[in-house]
Design a protein around this ligand. Structure first.
Ligand SMILES: Cc1cc2nc3c(=O)[nH]c(=O)nc-3n(C[C@H](O)[C@H](O)[C@H](O)COP(=O)(O)OP(=O)(O)OC[C@H]3O[C@@H](n4cnc5c(N)ncnc54)[C@H](O)[C@@H]3O)c2cc1C
Length: 311
């Protein structure tokens, strides 16, 4: 156990956590950033980011993240590889369990993100950022005039498919079941759209194009007839939801029915001194800039809290 009590600890090194690190480090709070299972967060697994302000030609996701990390380090942020297993937020200072170590901190910024659900196929994983995406808002633009596929049967899949019709020539919606979970209204909208074609009872066996590092199609199977076929497409979007990384706070702060952290006034949780920012508390926008913006808010609240309650 360490005797030091930190002013602030940041859980997560995606754009929310790194922005919070830049602000708290610059305020001389010497933040400790826990990097977690995905150092750099979701942007570190993508390629070109064209909608983050300040980069007229776009910037590679990993480069954007590296820049933010350098900026935070320059002001004194400390980074540590490690995964928060559990936290005790009922006593002050708060106690954080990281492996065999316990870290104490006066304030906590939770920026642990929400991981997209993937199919888990090796070919899918190999092609993330090269035609496979879990974010239509982020990557739809790259598929203007192309044929693409969306996988899923709920409202997120319908929403993604409808949004993607703005760019794509044709959108094939693949679902492994006969019945769709989506609400009637979303389903009807998708069915009525001339660019969307439905394929129920269909699973993806393989994403094609691994050697060329660019999606060229899907090997799919009809689970009723067991027939295999190839669907030529240049993009695959996952619309099967996200898993918020907040389980370790269950029972200590409020989570909604899907496990997202409930915040009020942007970044406040129900425990004073504990703030949540980025995708772990935002199921609506899920963008790098909104995550960064709320990371800034959380950092400013930490500063205010420490001014009022002492360091
Ligand atoms: C393929 C893809 C492409 C995208 N493209 C764009 C784009 O072009 N433009 C755009 O604006 N947005 C894009 N996004 C969305 C954007 O990446 C997210 O909105 C953003 O990364 C959210 O930032 P975050 O910091 O909240 O969470 P994340 O980036 O998810 O980071 C979460 C961090 O928390 C850490 N963590 C999790 N659990 C723990 C734990 N128990 N202990 C310690 N650390 C933990 C993880 O290791 C990670 O470092 C894209 C997303 C994907 C998946």
């Amino acid at each position: 156990m360490s005797d030091t009590i930190r002013d602030t600890v940041i859980i997560g090194s995606g754009c929310a956590g790194l922005t919070a690190a830049i602000y708290t480090a610059r305020a001389n709070l010497k933040p400790l950033v826990l990097e977690g299972h995905e150092p750099g967060g979701q942007l570190s697994i993508t390629t070109l980011v064209e909608n983050f302000p300040g980069w007229p030609e776009g910037i590679q996701g990993p480069q954007l993240i590296e820049n933010m990390k350098l900026q935070a380090t320059r002001f004194g942020a400390e980074f540590r590889m490690g995964h928060l297993a559990s936290a005790d937020l009922s006593k002050r200072p708060f106690a954080l369990k990281i492996g065999s170590e316990t870290i104490h901190t006066r304030t906590l910024i939770i920026a642990s993100g929400a991981s997209a659900r993937w199919l888990g196929l090796p070919s899918e994983q190999a092609l993330i950022g090269h035609g496979v995406s879990s974010c239509a808002t982020c990557d739809g633009f790259f598929f203007s005039g192309r044929e693409i596929a969306v996988v899923g049967g709920g409202d997120s899949a319908m929403e993604e498919a409808l949004f993607l019709t703005r760019f794509a020539e044709k959108v094939t919606l693949l679902h492994r079941r006969e019945q769709f979970r989506a609400s009637r209204i979303m389903l009807d909208r998708a069915i009525a759209h001339p660019k969307i074609q439905f394929r129920a009872n269909t699973i993806i066996e393989e994403v094609l194009g691994v050697e060329q590092k660019e999606v060229s199609g899907l090997r799919i199977r009809d689970i009723v007839t067991n027939e295999e076929s190839t669907l030529p497409i240049s993009g695959l979007f996952l619309g099967i939801g996200h898993i918020p990384n907040a389980k370790m706070f269950e029972g200590q702060i409020d989570l909604d029915e899907d496990g997202y952290i409930k915040t009020h006034d942007s970044v406040f949780t129900r425990v004073a001194g504990v703030y949540a920012c980025g995708d772990v508390q935002d199921r609506r926008y899920r963008q790098a800039i909104t995550a960064a913006g709320s990371g800034c808010m959380a950092a400013l609240e930490v500063e205010k809290y420490l001014e009022e309650h002492g360091r």
